[in-house]
Write a protein that binds this ligand. Sequence first.
Ligand SMILES: *Cc1c(COP(=O)(O)O)cnc(C)c1O
Length: 222
Amino acid sequence: MTTSLSHPLEAVRTRIDAAAREVGRDPTTVTLVAVSKTFEPPDIVPVLEAGQRVFGENRSQEAKSKWPALRERFAGVELHLIGPLQSNKAREAVALFDCIHTIDRPKIARAVAEEMNRQQRQLKLFIEVNTGEEAQKAGVTPAELPALVALCRDELKIEIAGLMCIPPHEEEPAVHFALLAKLAREQGLNALSMGMSADFETAIQFGATHVRVGSAIFGARG
Ligand SMILES: *Cc1c(COP(=O)(O)O)cnc(C)c1O
């Protein structure tokens, strides 16, 4: 940072705009999800004061302890769940979040659909795809994706906005971003949640509509 007045958020926004323009995209088609997990209100408030309104958290419990009070102080906050969801937490998650990036199996799709009906809330939903087919990672495999999309569309009648992925650590992220974009096209889905602090510019190149950026805005997590 060069001056005490500019928050790292501003630099991230500038980089997003530049990355979008470089591939001829309108920068307003890229939503920055500021990932505030592990950070406390004193670190989050300056980001809100700088105008950011879309935030990502990876645990319902943590989000519930931080965000109701912040939402009272700042209007227009949009909260995104970017971490794994358990079906017994669907009620809480649907009440608290505006968007879930991690629909990763039929059971979760069913639980979220049921809660959206019950609570009469429409959340924006992404299906998480395990593009690297890693054993320990959440998400459907590319082969399982069409069936989950069909379940959501035809049986559960819930709208899926798009797809999300977290590329394997040791691999070239571009390959995974390209794969996710291809899978979304095949399914007729428009939104792509991909790209984190280390690779959001590459993700934008490949069509990301939602980049999830934590440490580049808030600093290293403890
Ligand atoms: C923590 C997290 C991020 C942000 O990671 P940074 O490298 O800090 O930008 C993005 N997406 C998911 C799913 C995360 O869990």
